[in-house]
Design a protein around this ligand. Sequence first.
Ligand SMILES: [Fe+2]
Length: 399
Amino acid sequence: MKILYFKLRAVVVTWLMRLLPRNPPVVFKGVNSALTLCEQVAVLGYSKVLIATDNFLGSSGILDGIKATLSKNGVEFAIYDGILPDPSFDKVQEGEAAIRTERCQAVIAVGGGSVLDAAKMMAMLHTNPGTLESFDGIQKCKHPGLPLFAIPTTAGTGSEITLAAVITDPVSHRKIPIVDSKMIPGYIALDAEIMKGMPPGITAATGMDALTHAVESYLSKASSAATEEHARAAVRLIFKYQVRAFNTGGDLEARDGMALAAFYAGAAFTKTSVGYVHGIAHQLGRVCGTPHGNANAMVLPEVLAAYGDCVHQRLADLAAVAGIGQQGDSAAAMAGKFIQAIVDMRREMNLPLQPKDLKAGDIPGIVDEAIAEAGSLYPVPRYMSEAELTTIVNGLRAA
Ligand SMILES: [Fe+2]
């Protein structure tokens, strides 16, 4: 009965996501495309913008070129650099207050997923005043937000192209997903130059997040020809460039490839949702504080292996685009090689295999929440039992 309810709910959510009207953003690609985006701000006629970022990036010098280009083109700017990881609603309100007091006409978000999520919500809050609860759900914003320009500094979340933002309630610490297609930024710059300073640990974790988005999207029952094409492109690029970007941060070709991979993976999963890997990873973040990309990397191969036969052909497709396996291999053999290649990539980048402080007593709660999230929201290829998920999460304690 519960599985029937999950299936019905997943079908409804899937069709809602598919039917949402989306305006395709303008995307600038390549080295120094962030500066081209800033020139575009002037071309569009904005005379004052808010740069939304975090404290580290605000003082790192990464904004220097952006600030200089805006000034050269006659665009004034104010900076709000108070965004923290897992952005909370009070910080969103602070940023929106800066938009108002500085009389800004647009927002330029410069940062990772947390900054982009917070900036999306700041831009929406400016034109849709309300409490956090009033945005909880799908398409709750009546009006378009302030124009939003996105410059991602990491290659992972794909937040620059997704229609969602996760904002934390500062009192209950509950993470609230806000889904509205009006939140997709209008202009995006995928600039390898901006990403070259990303430390190896962040490069590894964010790249595995992008890989998980692509794989879970490809396995989703809501996938379409367009999302499958994007997911395959992301997987192809990740297997070509992820370890290179990890080993040599200044490798601009690899950074460029990964920026595009994260974007394609985001474009795919924003229409299909994800799956059990994310369902478990979100709980590892909540209970153990495990960073999102690291948590995905811990469980991605294990969940793929647990799905079994029903995903072999799909994983074989991804193995082929990644250049893994040989002609004549069966689908099962190709799938096994693809999973092993993920394990090898994880090892090459020294990613941790265990969440810190995962206690046996935490496991039932993690499994219950993962089942509720993945079962009711994601069109997973096969529903897994409580026992199967318990085995996967238990395995993390022994890894
Ligand atoms: Fe993710």
